[in-house]
Structures are given as C-alpha cells and as structure tokens.
Design a binder for this molecule. Structure first.
Ligand code: CS2
Length: 500
C-alpha cells in the first residue's frame, strides 16, 4: 500500500540517519548485533527497562547481547516492532520535560501466541545464553500465598498432559530446557524481571516442580545447568496509549507503533547467581548483589504498596490516575502516614539506601503528571499483588505485636474494588483479576454485609495464608475498613483510620 502524500514515514532502520537531532539513536553498529538474550513478554515495561539497560550497555561495551523478543500472549509483535526492525522510541517524561531515544537492542521479534513452537525454537537455540522475562505476576502459575506451582491451574493441567505443546510459562521453559539438554546441553540463566518477591526462587520452584513430573532426570539436569537469579526491577511505565503514538508523530514527524513511555527513575538489582556469561548491566547502572531481599522489600512495600493503595482507594474516590490520587489531600496524607508509621518499621536495612528518603522520593515519582498511570491498570490483578505489597508487611507487624490499622485499609480497598467491580466500573473498564469471579460469587451470596464478605474473602487461602486470616486484629481491621469503603461515603473510613 502506498503511503498518502506527505504522510509521515514509519520508524525503521532506513530512517535512523534522518531522525531529528532531538531523538537520540543507537551509537553502536546495530547491523553487527547478534542475539544472545531471549525475552518473554515484550510490553511497555521491558521496552523501558531491560531493553534500555541493554542498549546502554551495547554503547559502552559492544557484545553479542542482542535481544529476541517473544510474546506468547497478545499483543502480536509482527505488525509493530516487527515492521520497524525491532526499533522503537523510548520517551522519558517528567511533567513538561520529554527526552526521546530510539532503542536498538531488540534485534528480532517472534509471535508465539498460537503455538509454543516459535518460542521454543528461540529458547532452545545454542546462541541464547540468557532468558529474561516480564510475564506478569500471574504468568508463573503459582499460588500467591505459598509460591508453589498451582497444579490445578488449567494451563498447567494442559501442559502436564501435553508437555511437547505447552502454553504456560513454566511448561514452555521446562520444555525449552529439555530440548537444550537433548541437543547441545548448554547452560542457561533464567532471569525473572517480574514484580514478585524472590522471583528467581518462584521461577525455579515452578520449573522444578514441572520438570520433576516429567521425570527422566530432567529436574537434576536443570539444577546442574540452569540458574534462576532473583531481581528487583523498577521503572514506572504505564500502558501506552494512542496519545503517546500521536505525540511522537507530532513532535518528531515519524510514526512509531511501538513507543514506550517511562519516568526518569530506574533501578535494577540482580542476584549474582548465573549459569554462564552475563551482560555487564552493572556498567549501565544495574547492581549485582548477593541478596536482593532488602531491595525487593523496600521497593514492593513502599513504591508498589503506595501505588496499590492509591489505585484502589483512588478508584473508589472517583480518581483516574496515580497523580490524581496522590494529589488528593486525604489520600496523600493517608499514604504518607501508612508508609512512614507502618511500612518502614518492617524493612531490613538496605545497603546504600535511606528508607525515609526513599518514601519521599517514591511519592515524588508518583506526582509526575506526565506519567498517566491509570488507577484501574494498577488495580488489575490485585490478588497477585497484595501479598507482597501489603500482606507481608502486615504479617511482620502482627508478629511484633504492632498495629495494622492503616495497612488494612488498602487490603479492604482491594476487596471493595472487586465487590463493586462489575456493577460500578465494568462498563468503562473490564475489571481483570484471576479472583474477580470468586469475589463476585461471594458478593452474590452475602450482599454488602461487610463482616460476611470479609469472612468469606479472607477464607481464600491461596491469597490469605490461614495464620494471617485467623488473626483477630487483622480480621477486625479489614472488616471495619471494608464496611466504610462500601458505604455511601467511602472516604469516611480512610479519614477515620487517620484519627485513631
Ligand atoms: C504497578 C507496577 O501496575 C502495577 O502493578 O504498580 O507496574 C509499577 O509501576 C512498577 O513495579 C514500577 O517499577
């Protein structure tokens, strides 16, 4: 199809030399770049984080670390990144400031939504030394409260019956490792970049459990030939909108269907546990450490805890984005007090970081009005997020005999969000959470009766471990907050919690 006269060109290798000077371009010889990394789940976060770190590294120390981007779920990549030769514009935005750069580290994209075969070809290739992934919390098919592989998950049931044609992440990775063992036997590092605590341990668990069921010594081979480091990843990079694509066209005069938008801040802390060579991402600002746990707790409990709190309470207060919620006088006081009074005392010392300064910095990041992160987007899959963001600090405090009145409010916020989901938001925003159906069923039975609702939701033991669910202080705090959040004045409960 011919482009209409004067219609802007689409980004691609042929356009690189003719981009406006305001757009930075790769400084290394991209044509010489060959793949060494496979990444599963090429979304906005990957494009703003691991792919950017890799691009930085390639310009500092060129090596064979090109990325093959694979999607096993929608969206398809062929029509966006694929058409652009893997190139895309990464915008860093902070209020009125914009910085644009074309990232060149993705050398190839593979769509594997209809069958695992294309993904397996890449993952089993001897050229691939490292697999990174951002497949969302639920992609691991684990039970959030225990971390174990969910053997009742429909995709896991399917994959155990059809191990050669898997559709889950654990099934695909196990099959890839099996193929590597049967062909060249090369070692592999599998690096989770998802926002779940001890993500390497979870990944190793689900793959090992799957491999043990395959038998034939596969689990032992994997233990000896694969490594699963944990990592803490951070950069706020909301879902990209048509507005973002239009802005690139308006500002820089070319079309790009794979734009990614992020905030200036970024961090990556990676456990030093590799099966073989690793990209020197430390040269690009990442940190390799013996133990990521303190970093992970700090980030998930403070930054992510604040995001989830502002998202669920923000939606209930009728606010659209994180920056709207954090500008709300009541919610901003609430989230600050919750973090300082209840969350901070649960943190371990973090090398080189000062927790109180981190709280202020995190809230500052959330005030960035150019990052249009919708509260509904953050509230998505809340059941997979509240354990690490809210329930773990609550459990730590209860163990020390400390109060949890503030942290219990966003837990009730998640419940109220799902209870009201289909009735209040369903038309404008399809509410998405693996437990949305279960909570809706409970609400059908109990109606709006907060004690009955809280009791039935707390009994979901794959989210709330039974010890925590049985704790009377926790039950009372959640029940009372839920009652208020479901009332005609949902913010009265938030106000009330601050008066105690
Ligand atoms: C957000 C995260 O949607 C969400 O759950 O809380 O994606 C968050 O923006 C990132 O973890 C920031 O690093």
């Amino acid at each position: 199809m011919n482009a209409a006269p004067n219609s802007p060109e689409t980004l691609g290798p042929a356009l690189l030399d003719r981009l406006p000077s305001a757009v930075q371009t790769p400084s290394y010889d991209r044509a010489a770049l060959t793949p060494g990394i496979a990444h599963l789940g090429v979304g906005a976060f990957h494009r703003c984080h691991q792919a950017e770190y890799t691009d930085d590294l390639l310009s500092l120390q060129f090596d064979r670390w090109g990325i093959v981007g694979i999607n096993i779920r929608p969206p398809r990549l062929a029509d966006t990144l694929g058409r652009q030769g893997g190139l895309y514009t990464r915008l860093i935005r902070e209020n009125s400031h914009v910085e644009a750069r074309v990232i060149g580290s993705i050398v190839e994209v593979v769509d594997s939504q209809d069958s695992a075969a294309p993904a397996l070809d890449v993952l089993a290739s001897p050229d691939i030394e490292l697999v990174t992934m951002t497949v969302t919390e639920k992609g691991y098919c684990h039970i959030p409260s225990s971390g174990a592989l969910d053997l009742g998950h429909p995709d896991i049931v399917h994959d155990l019956a059809n191990p050669q044609a898997p559709r889950s992440v654990p099934g695909i990775l196990t099959r890839a490792l099996e193929l590597r063992r049967a062909t060249h036997g090369r070692k592999l590092t599998l690096l989770s970049c998802d926002n779940i605590p001890t993500n390497g341990v979870i990944l190793e668990n689900v793959v090992r459990t799957f491999a043990e069921r395959r038998g034939n010594g596969l689990a032992d081979w994997i233990a000896a030939n694969a490594a699963f480091p944990s990592a803490m990843v951070d950069r706020i990079a909301p879902a990209v909108t048509q507005d973002d694509l239009d802005s690139v066209e308006q500002w820089f005069g070319y079309r790009d269907a794979a734009v990614a938008v992020g905030e200036p801040f970024r961090q990556w802390v990676i456990e030093k546990k590799f099966a073989g060579r690793m990209p020197r991402w430390d040269l690009a600002g990442a940190t390799f450490v013996e133990d990521v746990t303190p970093f992970e707790h700090l980030k998930m409990r403070v930054l992510n805890g604040a995001q989830t709190t502002l998202a669920t309470l923000g939606v209930l207060a009728g606010l659209e984005h994180t920056f709207d919620a954090v500008a709300d006088p009541l919610l901003s006081v609430f989230v600050h007090r919750m973090l300082v009074e209840e969350t901070l005392p649960t943190l371990m010392p973090v090398p080189g970081m000062e927790p109180l300064a981190y709280v202020e910095q995190s809230l500052g990041r959330l005030r960035n009005t150019a990052i249009r992160h919708r509260n509904h987007q953050i509230a998505t899959d809340g059941s997979q997020k509240i354990v690490q963001r809210l329930l773990n600090p609550i459990r730590d405090r209860l163990r020390q005999g400390q109060g949890i009145d503030l942290l219990s409010v966003p837990v009730a916020g998640w419940m109220a969000y799902l209870v009201q989901a289909s009735a209040r938001f369903g038309k404008r925003w399809p509410v998405s959470d693996p437990y949305a159906g279960k909570v809706a069923e409970i609400a059908d039975m109990t109606g709006r009766d907060a004690p009955a609702l809280a009791c039935a939701i707390l009994a979901i033991d794959t989210i709330f471990d039974p010890g925590l669910a049985a704790n009377a202080t926790f039950r009372e705090a959640v029940t009372s907050a839920l009652g208020a959040l479901l009332s005609d004045d949902p913010m009265a409960g938030v106000r009330h919690s601050l008066e105690q």
